[in-house]
Ligand binder design. Structure first.
Ligand code: PEP
Ligand code: MN
Length: 336
């Protein structure tokens, strides 16, 4: 059960509600976000909601049978939009395109990528400055210095930044230079990191764990929300299956399932999802048709020279062609 509290609730009113809920056999967690105050009540007892409904200080009460509560659509039927400012919004019924290199490598690369995005009216650029690499000997990113350089160039062009944060200590250092913190597939269940991202007032995109279930992804989002941050986006990026013909297996099923289960925006990543450049396009279009709010993919001026993930990265010509197809496919979807 979620009890939404009135903004100006008196301490005595809140105490009375807490006592009542406890007497009904519920364990309660108080959640304060930038948007509202809630009591998340866990317990199985059935009771008549009218026992609480009349109490002063309550805005609304919702029964939520899902074990994750605040991210559930059973509570909030209206979809959440994430407003990044300057007219860039995710989850407002349009298709958000986020594109850029796997890794930020140098100024020239960033400048060229921004040029490509601006030309195609793409407003969000992806790129890693802290890279989680399977091998410790691989390129691990330019760090905060790279992010600052990228931020300066992106701001001039009106481009928003999404970049991966790998550990708690990086949050503060990155804060002024990102618009969306990305939680990578290897960190989906780093609960300390999720908790800390709950304390910032910037959007967070959580990728599905490599071997994570849809439910586990929703629980990860619940961590961030319950720690105070409602600005969340979920990302399907492919899971590990027994199939070795592709890098991962993009779970297209997850898109409609997540859209049904949560009010949060859902995007997907065909680059990591299939891991093969030639096949990014069909998977990207499948993502759009499956109902995603957006897509995030890798592009680079010379993929064969990219510091990471070149094998799944589109060059700018391919990326431009894909953007055209994505928009046509999206128009087709909304025409149904
Ligand atoms: C990435 O986006 O470059 C990345 C490392 O993604 P993932 O966490 O999905 O592997
Ligand atoms: Mn990558």
């Amino acid at each position: 059960m979620i009890i939404q509290l009135k903004k100006n609730i008196a301490t005595s009113e809140k105490e009375a509600i807490l006592n009542k809920v406890k007497s009904l056999g519920y364990k309660t967690t108080e959640v304060k976000t930038q948007q509202g105050d809630y009591l998340v009540c866990i317990g199985k007892k059935e009771f008549d909601l009218r026992q609480l409904g009349h109490m002063a200080g309550i805005e609304d009460i919702h029964r939520v049978s899902d074990d994750y509560k605040l991210v559930s659509r059973k509570w909030k039927v209206n979809r959440t939009h994430i407003d990044l400012g300057d007219g860039v919004t995710i989850g407002n019924g349009s298709l958000s395109i986020m594109a850029g290199p796997c890794s930020i490598e140098n100024e020239e690369q960033v400048q060229q990528t921004i040029g490509h995005l601006v030309k195609n009216n793409v407003r969000i650029m992806r790129g890693g400055v802290f890279k989680p690499r399977s091998s410790p000997y691989a390129f691990r990113g330019m760090g905060v210095e790279g992010l600052k350089m990228w931020h300066t160039l992106a701001r001039k062009a009106g481009i928003k930044i999404i970049s991966e944060v790998m550990q708690v200590s990086q949050i503060e250092a990155m804060y002024d230079y990102v618009d969306v913190f990305q939680v990578g597939a290897r960190n989906t269940q780093n609960f300390n990191l999720l908790d800390e991202l709950g304390r910032v007032d910037k959007a967070v995109m959580i990728k599905r764990g490599i071997s994570g279930t849809i439910e586990e992804l929703l629980y990860s989002a619940e961590y961030v929300f319950s720690a105070g941050n409602e600005k969340l986006i979920l990302c399907e990026r492919g899971i590990r299956t027994y199939e070795r013909a592709s890098r991962n297996t993009l779970d297209v099923n997850a898109i409609p399932i997540l859209k049904e289960k949560t009010h949060l925006p859902v995007v997907a990543d065909p680059s990591h999802g299939i891991g093969i450049r030639e096949f990014v396009d069909p998977i990207a279009l499948a993502i759009v048709m499956a109902g995603a709010d957006g897509i995030i993919y890798e592009t680079h001026q010379k993929p064969e020279e990219a510091a990471s993930d070149g094998q799944q990265t589109l060059n700018f010509e391919e990326s431009e062609a894909l953007i055209r197809k994505l928009r046509k496919t999206f128009d087709l979807r909304i025409s149904f």
